[in-house]
Design a protein around this ligand. Sequence first.
Ligand SMILES: [Zn+2]
Ligand SMILES: [Zn+2]
Length: 310
Amino acid sequence: MNPKITIAKSKNSGRKTPDKKVPSLQIPAGVLIGAHTSTSGGVSQAIPRAQACGFTAAQIFVKNNKQWFAPPLAESEIKQFRAAQAASGIYFFAHNSYLINLASQDATMFSTSVKSMTAELERAEALGLPFIVMHPGSHGGAGEEAGLRRIVQGLNEIINTTSGFRCRMALEITAGQGKALGYRLEHLSWLMENVSNEKRFGTCLDTAHLYAAGYNVKTREGYEETVAQVEKLLGTKCVLALHLNDSKVPLGKRVDRHEHLGLGEIGLDCFKWIVQDPRWASIPKVLETPKSEDMHEDVANLKKLASYMR
Ligand SMILES: [Zn+2]
Ligand SMILES: [Zn+2]
């Protein structure tokens, strides 16, 4: 269920910004596009990294994504992030930790997940981020209906303790690996219909997850059918972000493995259709594909996309 974002370690790990100048991307004005960006060294360090690559949008974790909790963000760090983000003009949003599982039937795992997700939402709100992408959860054998009901319970607890927050939660479509929920658009629409305040939510569509879940976005017909389903079940306005990832696994395989654009099972056409589709024109789009520390792979992937925007 997790996007495999691998940051390769280099001998220079620990430096704060990329030291290699990467060629700037020619992104047309108003297009929000980029990649998941490391916050190593502090959350505000993501900004120079995204700038160095020429991103106009970026996704970040608001704390170490492999830990349940983190010390509170220092006021100075929040100020630094907000000022640098505003100056950069880059659209930043968040992704939640891989540990959080609101579908868990285990009382301790469930309450820890609610607390951790609430804390992440508080951090994202403090940083002024518009939304945090989250995986709905994994039912662990209890069954899909029980899992979905548990997620609604968790989401309602979170929104009750964060009333007035501007930061929304974007429920991401998943590959449906193992017992993961959220691999059908119907799961996402059911969750949104059943939470106590739908306005606090949106969705995030990930191309690799869609494809692995059985939505054939590789063909034009399948792409149009998938978008029609999104329109019917959620409304395209509900889509807060797109994750542009090719898939290492074939259609419907229900395994979450991201690949560079054009090198996987989906191929480049889908990504061309997305960046040329007026329905997604104002939606931020980010890559979650394998990368090294200087992110040159992201720049190479985005160059392919930029060529379709001209
Ligand atoms: Zn995700
Ligand atoms: Zn994703």
